[in-house]
Design a protein around this ligand. Structure first.
Ligand SMILES: NS(=O)(=O)c1c(F)cccc1F
Ligand SMILES: [Zn+2]
Length: 252
């Protein structure tokens, strides 16, 4: 495994990976603070902003047009609107683990991240250098008998992006169809969960998971980390272990 592959080695190339605002973290209900000044969050996404779905060897990602305030997240802990740029997933090698955040000791089968950036900065790369540059909406995936039908659209495309570097058109998709009923959330300041682990993220972690089927999780696991001309290496366990918390949570 290359030195960058193992999370406990990341700090050798990216010292910030040992910072004091790293993600993910363990969320314990008894330790969160209630902040009544926090507002509900709102997403207003344009389905026509959806562009492509791709396998980058680390996850399955859907990319959106973020050249103007077309699909935005606002409210909650956010000072203004943040532009939707991409969504991606984290999952395990079996249904009993795979999420990045852990809630009261519970690991979910997976976690969906919708990444947004603050347009007060000139571009995404500038935003990732700012503590208020990025907002990620995180939604847990829980395995159950009645999966959310809207997940089907993404999983049907998996066959087209089996290997690293494969990309397929993914038009006309509003990711808010994946949201659970409740918008209740926890929020804290953290980082990217993959190198360079910049500490630029306002995390909004939804309390209510969405239900996916075991077959749908197996579909994600059928992706390969490698390109088509290389041996098939199952793309699984693309989650980072929880990091030290060092600071307080807030919860609406
Ligand atoms: N998992 S995460 O949301 O922090 C994330 C991103 F949004 C984008 C790139 C890498 C990455 F790790
Ligand atoms: Zn992620």
């Amino acid at each position: 495994m290359s030195v960058c592959a193992r999370p406990d080695q990341w700090h050798k190339n990216y010292p910030i990976a040992k910072g004091r605002h790293q993600s993910p973290i363990e969320i314990n209900n008894k330790e969160v603070h209630y902040d009544r000044s926090l507002l509900p969050w709102f997403a207003s996404y344009d389905p026509c902003a959806a562009k492509t779905i791709l396998n980058n060897g680390k996850t399955c990602r859907v990319v959106f047009d973020d050249s103007f305030d077309r699909s935005v997240l606002r409210g909650g802990p956010l000072p203004g609107v943040y532009r939707l740029r991409q969504l991606h997933f984290h999952w395990g090698s079996s249904d009993d683990h795979g999420s990045e955040h852990v809630v009261n000791g519970v690991r979910y089968a997976g976690e969906l991240h919708l990444l947004h950036w603050n347009p007060k900065y000139s571009n995404y790369l500038d935003a990732v250098r700012r503590t208020d540059g990025i907002a990620v909406l995180a939604i847990f995936l829980q395995v159950g008998k009645t999966p959310k039908p809207e997940m089907k659209r993404i999983l049907e495309e998996i066959n087209a992006i089996k290997t690293k570097g494969k990309e397929a058109p993914f038009p006309n998709f509003d990711p808010s169809v994946l949201f659970p009923k409740s918008h209740d959330y926890w929020t804290y300041h953290g980082s990217f969960t993959t190198p360079p682990c910049e500490e630029c993220i306002t995390w909004i972690v939804l309390r209510e998971p969405i239900i996916v089927s075991s077959d749908q999780m197996a579909k994600l696991r059928s992706l390969s980390k490698n390109a088509e001309n290389e041996p098939d290496l199952p793309l699984v366990d693309n989650w980072r272990p929880t990091q030290p918390r060092y600071f307080r949570m807030v919860f609406v």
